[in-house]
Design a protein around this ligand. Structure first.
Ligand SMILES: [Zn+2]
Length: 307
């Protein structure tokens, strides 16, 4: 490959890192992985990351970054973390409590420098990164993209990244004071209806999959709840449409398989009546580590090289 072309390609390389139950890392070029996706898992599985101190998580990420980018081609490192992330600081992190207040951008930068890696680091919310990854892998980088992630909690991500909190999972969708199943403790929240943890609290005798199955078989209590579940997502989406306009909404996460898009669209149609706002499009898509890693890298390059 001619030298100039190789240099241009390397300009577009960045490392993406996501943190959910495990740490996934990859070297990204343009909108694709430029090498294998690495997944770091501790032997004791899910709760190990939750008990790791912030500096140790940073050190672990740096070891992974070194493995995926041994020739130090990355011009930026993008890291996705759950929670409210502002200016490199984790302000709130319901899933990784020990990160609350940690300046992860500094911790990771320092650990990288100690390892001789000078690429700048940018830290983002994990749903924002999923939004960027879906935009990148579907050729939609010139559009406004929003994503709902339906898992234990409810994530909401926006692309292009912009300053703000965007805790859409905690948007208020009910004024009923009995609606208090949200993981954050707030009443009436979207996550308090849709989150997997919240569904288990509401139906102490049923797992979420059983609730949807019973609803299909005509159980009235479950059927009513499944309608509420769809109305809640329609309400959250309608609020976003009324604040930021219509556009593309992706829905992913393990509970997205329970979604009836026709029902969701029907409720949304009842909630959004102004004609300039009716151009929204909802699509259920698979998420996954690879899309997150690509999104983290894309967001990092855009943050480090805004032009
Ligand atoms: Zn909440």
């Amino acid at each position: 490959m001619p030298k100039a072309r190789r240099a241009l390609k390397q300009m577009r390389r960045a490392v993406g890192v996501t943190t959910a139950e495990h740490i996934a890392t990859g070297l990204v070029e343009g909108q694709h992985l430029a090498g294998p996706l690495r997944v770091y898992k501790e032997e004791s599985a899910a709760d190990s990351l939750a008990s790791m101190p912030p500096a140790e998580i940073a050190a672990c990420m740096v070891r992974e970054i070194h493995v995926v980018d041994p020739h130090r081609e990355a011009r930026a490192v993008g890291v996705a973390l759950p929670g409210i992330i502002r200016c490199g600081v984790v302000e709130e992190s319901p899933n990784l409590h020990q990160l609350k207040g940690a300046h992860m951008q500094d911790l990771i930068s320092k650990a990288l420098q100690e390892a001789g890696i000078l690429a700048p680091v940018a830290v983002f919310n994990d749903a924002d990164v999923m939004s960027a990854g879906l935009a990148a892998t579907r050729g939609l980088l010139d559009q406004q993209i929003r994503v709902w992630t339906l898992g234990n909690g409810i994530g909401f991500g926006v692309y292009p990244w912009r300053e703000g909190v965007w805790e859409g999972g905690h948007i208020v969708v009910s004024l009923d004071p009995r609606e208090r199943y949200c993981g954050c403790g707030g009443t009436g929240h979207l996550e308090g209806v849709m989150g997997n943890r919240a569904m288990r609290l509401r139906f102490l005798d049923l797992e979420p999959d059983e609730i949807f199955e019973n609803a299909r078989q005509g159980d009235p209590r479950c059927a009513d709840f499944v309608k509420l579940w769809h109305r809640a997502l329609a309400a959250g989406t309608a609020s976003s449409v009324h604040m930021a306009g219509s556009g593309k909404f992706f829905i992913c996460g393990f509970n997205a398989r329970h979604l009836d898009l026709n029902l969701l669209n029907q409720y949304l149609h009842e909630m959004v009546k102004m004609s300039p706002l009716q151009g929204y499009v909802l699509e259920v898509v698979p998420g996954g580590d690879e899309i997150g890693v690509v999104g983290a890298a894309v967001n990092a390059l855009r943050a480090v090289f805004p032009d």
